[in-house]
Design a protein around this ligand. Structure first.
Ligand SMILES: Nc1ncnc2c1ncn2[C@@H]1O[C@H](COP(=O)(O)OP(=O)(O)OP(=O)(O)O)[C@@H](O)[C@H]1O
Length: 234
């Protein structure tokens, strides 16, 4: 098992005014999976993503990566683990404005000590090799997100966590970006865990999880995922 969370709970606020964002959630994922997390606003999707990725601590419960208890790690070890083993993309692309596309992507690989990643191959996979000398402001939103994906993958993460990766994109561009994520999952076996408000995106995942009121209320395998281009955008 790549990642396993056991009975994780998380609240925000104080003892007089607490919001329980996660209630004893169990979750496990295997290498190569493609999981989409859906659910109503405020249900706990982002909190689940942030706790699984160790960005947020949990109040109780356990989280294991390849059998290793990440909560038992020191802060330094945890930071090290995050830097080397997992990656994120968000609605905003967070590219460094002063750096070219290639330099932005290299920032990602800088964190990988093994340096075995073929950056050019990755750029080709995402169709951005011809943009390598451009600056973020010269790119469209879809191109910027593809650069952000390349940067995230340049350290060869075990899991790519995505929080609303198409939230700032129109339907056509959003589907194109999803198509690249589909390809990365299929060709590189990168595990993808994605939070989205676009319910139709669940149809292209291998597994769909619904979160409501801090709990997983549905966890369904998708036996015949559709391609990104067929996703219903609503
Ligand atoms: N840092 C925080 N401080 C206080 N409350 C928080 C914090 N983060 C989340 N919450 C609360 O925890 C609950 C779950 O929030 P979360 O963002 O995980 O839900 P979500 O399903 O991702 O929502 P959305 O779809 O609107 O992004 C909400 O009630 C939210 O207000």
């Amino acid at each position: 098992m790549l990642l396993q969370a056991k009975k994780i709970s998380k609240s925000f606020g104080n003892k007089y005014n607490a919001i329980q964002a996660l209630k004893e959630v169990d979750f496990a994922v295997e290498q190569g999976d493609f999981v989409v997390i859906l659910g109503a606003s405020g249900g706990g999707k982002t909190t689940l993503l942030n706790t699984l990725s160790t960005l947020e601590t949990v109040d109780s419960g356990e989280i294991y990566y390849e059998g290793r208890d990440v909560q038992a790690l020191s802060e330094k070890e945890k930071t090290d683990f995050r830097r080397k083993s997992i990656s994120f993309i968000f609605q905003q692309y967070h590219l460094v404005a002063e750096l070219t596309v290639l330099e932005n992507i290299k920032l990602g690989s800088y964190l990988n000590e093994t340096k075995t990643i073929d950056i050019l191959g990755l750029m080709k996979q995402l169709d951005i090799e011809n943009l390598k000398d451009k600056y973020p402001y010269e790119l469209s939103g879809g191109q910027q997100q593809r650069v952000a994906i390349a940067r995230a993958l340049a350290k060869n993460p075990k899991i790519l966590f995505c929080d609303e990766p198409t939230g700032a994109l129109d339907e056509k561009t959003g589907k194109s970006v999803l198509g690249y994520l589909e390809k990365i999952n299929a060709e590189n076996a990168t595990t993808i865990i994605m939070v989205t408000h676009t319910a139709g995106i669940g149809e292209m995942a291998k597994r769909v999880i619904r979160v409501n009121s801090g709990q997983i209320v549905e966890d369904k395998k998708n036996l015949s995922p559709i391609s990104a281009s067929e996703v219903y955008w609503g």
